[in-house]
Design a binder for this molecule. Structure first.
Ligand SMILES: Nc1ncnc2c1ncn2[C@@H]1O[C@H](COP(=O)(O)OP(=O)(O)OP(=O)(O)O)[C@@H](O)[C@H]1O
Ligand SMILES: [Mg+2]
Length: 367
């Protein structure tokens, strides 16, 4: 959880893979590696106006990613490599994200004298809030505000073993990880790119994943509070496996609306509906809590993203509980879609691609 302000595209963990050597122009691969699916975009152009030239989603084998950690590097890198080859991706430099729940985000105020070394002070500050040996974590920071000697920074830390699972899977697939962001920050960048936020605009962004869902409260497009719910579409997949006896793959397909047959479709519909109601409940409770601590201003709207936004009736159930206009975000509002793309297919996948679009606004050296 963390609160921060930003200017321009926010960099979360630019420093996590070393200060960047990559080029700022050309095309990049934006990779959102989730426990249910890898989402890939090949993106060209500047942060303010990216163009998607290739896009694809591929399922991740059950268990290859667990507890926000890559458990099976070979399996995940195979998924990435097949996507890269199948789509004919040319770019080699990859921009990816670690899951928000895997990082520690902390806002700190420091008094810095001109002769002080800010990074050395940050290491001391970091040691106070990170319950780990600092040798085991990668740290990055962003200066939010500096007035005279008062500096406000956002510190972001992730365990090196978690980070290396993601970067190894990318490297093994023949790509070069140049930026590692945090999915929370990518979503804010996606929102900022696609929606014009007035200074007093307060909105909620909800990304419904497979194993967790994130909630960002964004004020005037400039600051936010972030939290997560340890629930997503995965609970419904599990309930379909248990309740109907489907394989994990068939359960994922059933959740995506494919008919399974054998007289099981009515039972599937019921399980999906009950699961969507439970998920909407869990998200509603967390969002209300977070919103109360973040702000007393009313939310203008809530934008839902993630593969879970496509779960039948979830958005309607959220709207009924939250009493705020709820809509599925369009991550392509201000994005050019390449001429070779199947626009209808891409629009159907749009909610799943929101984090990847946010990653596609990043360029080496922009943070
Ligand atoms: N077309 C669809 N209809 C219904 N549900 C879908 C559809 N596509 C994806 N989902 C569900 O959305 C959920 C999350 O998808 P998403 O790709 O955002 O998760 P993820 O990023 O892989 O997971 P996590 O971030 O939790 O590790 C999955 O449970 C998946 O079954
Ligand atoms: Mg995800």
């Amino acid at each position: 959880m963390g609160t921060r302000q930003k200017s321009g595209p926010r960099g979360g963990l630019t420093g996590l893979v070393g200060r960047l050597t990559g080029s700022r122009s050309g095309s990049f691969v934006a990779l959102d590696i989730g426990s249910s699916a890898v989402k890939l975009l090949e993106v060209r152009g500047a942060g303010s106006g990216p163009e998607i030239v290739r896009a694809g989603i591929a399922p991740v084998p059950e268990g290859a990613l667990q507890n926000n950690t890559v458990q099976d590097v070979v399996a995940v890198s195979d998924v990435i490599r097949r996507l890269v080859e199948g789509l004919g991706v040319h770019a080699r430099q990859a921009i990816t994200a670690v899951p928000g729940p895997a990082v520690i985000i902390k806002k700190a105020r420091l008094t810095v004298q001109p002769e002080d070394d800010l990074e050395a002070l940050l290491m001391i500050e970091a040691a106070n809030f990170i319950p780990e040996n600092l040798d085991n974590v990668s740290l990055d920071y962003q200066v939010l505000r500096a007035e005279d000697t008062e500096v406000e920074v956002l510190l972001v830390a992730v365990r090196k073993d978690i980070l290396s699972g993601y970067t190894m899977a990318i490297t093994d697939a023949g790509l070069e990880p140049t930026i590692v962001d945090v999915d929370y920050f990518a979503l804010e960048n996606m929102y900022e790119l696609n929606y014009e936020a007035s200074p007093d605009d307060v909105v909620g962004l909800i990304n419904v994943g497979a194993r967790y869902s994130s909630i960002n409260i964004v004020k005037g497009g400039t600051s936010s509070t972030t939290g997560d719910v340890q629930a997503g579409g995965g609970e419904i997949t599990d309930a379909l496996v248990k309740g109907v006896g489907l394989s994990y793959d068939d359960a994922e397909r059933a959740l995506a609306g494919e008919e399974i047959g054998g007289g099981r479709d009515e039972k599937i519909r019921q399980i999906v509906d009950d699961g969507a109601a439970d998920l909407a409940d869990a998200i509603n409770q967390s969002l209300r809590f977070l919103w109360r601590t973040a702000s007393d201003e009313p939310l203008r709207a809530i934008y839902v993203t993630g593969g879970g936004a496509r779960i039948p009736s979830l958005v309607e159930k959220l709207a009924a509980k939250l009493e705020v206009p709820v809509e599925i975000a369009n991550p392509f509002n201000h994005v050019q879609l390449g001429r070779n793309l199947d626009v209808a297919a891409l629009e159907a996948m749009a909610p799943s691609l929101a984090v990847a679009v946010g990653l596609g606004t990043r360029r080496p050296g922009d943070a």
